[in-house]
Design a protein around this ligand. Structure first.
Ligand code: DGL
Length: 272
């Protein structure tokens, strides 16, 4: 038994979709969520910058005494997971390998599509992860820069549907039968993807696969919390607590309560 909390971080509030799945899978665990709202979005940034931010944020969680860290951001996982695993003593689970694994298991024609941010697509890490498991699988990746701002705005309109159709077109053209939705925000518009791709395409969502991987890791390492208890979550952001709460309550559909602010300067000094 291990009563320490699990640390989860993201560039902002998007990782709450991963937290949600983790709470559903592990209701007995405590979580500490840290969103880097002051520096969101990570998706359009160069890999070196994302690595620095991710290391600062994850190191802060480790210093706070968590037992495992979830990099609940596809862009951060794509740019920085190996670095985090090298530098930190606690296990770090990212959001990329679990979906690659699920996609390889699900595909029947071995043609897999990936929709994600620019940073995630440029890293090539989904294609590598898929091809490590099945060297014969074909992967087509499309960067979707319009989607995160549109989803954060909360407006589900014709423009959003047109953008999803535009990004889906190259995948449909090569007849992929499985699509990895490799961004924290995409579960929030799940019905739009389902309509655009139809029943015959399997959609793989990061959050669900990652929660499964976290639960398995805790179990195998023997660091689960007492199963009969009810867990709690504490929230931190580097940005505005009010904005985090508003976006977070919409993302998570759960009253978030108090959100504490962690200053960027504090993170930078700790990392120095
Ligand atoms: N969390 C990011 C991801 O999953 C999306 C938002 C951002 O660009 O920071 O890639």
């Amino acid at each position: 038994m291990d009563g320490r909390p699990i640390g989860i971080f993201d560039s902002g509030a998007g990782g709450l979709t991963v937290l949600h799945e983790c709470i559903v899978t592990m209701p007995h665990e405590d979580f500490v969520y840290l969103g880097d709202g002051a520096r969101c979005p990570y998706g359009p940034r160069p890999a070196g910058e994302i690595q620095r931010f991710a290391l600062e944020v994850a190191s802060h969680l480790e210093r706070g005494g968590v037992k495992l860290i979830v990099a609940a951001c596809n862009s951060a996982t794509a740019a920085a997971l190996p670095l985090l695993q090298e530098k930190l003593a606690v296990p770090v689970v990212g959001v990329l390998t679990p979906e690659a694994h699920a996609a390889v298991q699900a595909t029947r024609n071995r043609r897999i599509g990936v929709l994600a941010t620019e940073a995630t697509v440029e890293s090539g890490r989904y294609a590598n992860a898929v091809q490590t498991l099945d060297a014969g699988a074909a992967v087509v990746s499309v960067a979707c820069p319009k989607l995160v701002p549109m989803i954060e705005s909360g407006t589900v309109d014709g423009a959003l549907h047109a953008a999803v159709r535009e990004y889906a077109a190259p995948l449909k053209e090569v007849a992929v039968d499985t699509v990895i939705l490799g961004c924290t925000h995409y579960p929030l518009i799940r019905p739009v993807f389902e309509r655009v791709f139809g029943r015959r395409t399997t959609l793989i969502f990061s959050a669900e696969e990652t929660a499964r991987e976290v639960a398995e890791t805790l179990e195998r390492k023997g660091i689960e919390n007492e199963r009969s208890r009810e867990g709690a979550t504490t929230f931190f952001t580097t940005g505005s607590p009010e904005e985090f709460r508003a976006l977070g309550e919409r993302f998570l559909q759960l009253p978030i309560g108090s959100v504490e602010r962690v200053g960027i300067r504090e993170l930078e000094l700790e990392a120095a």
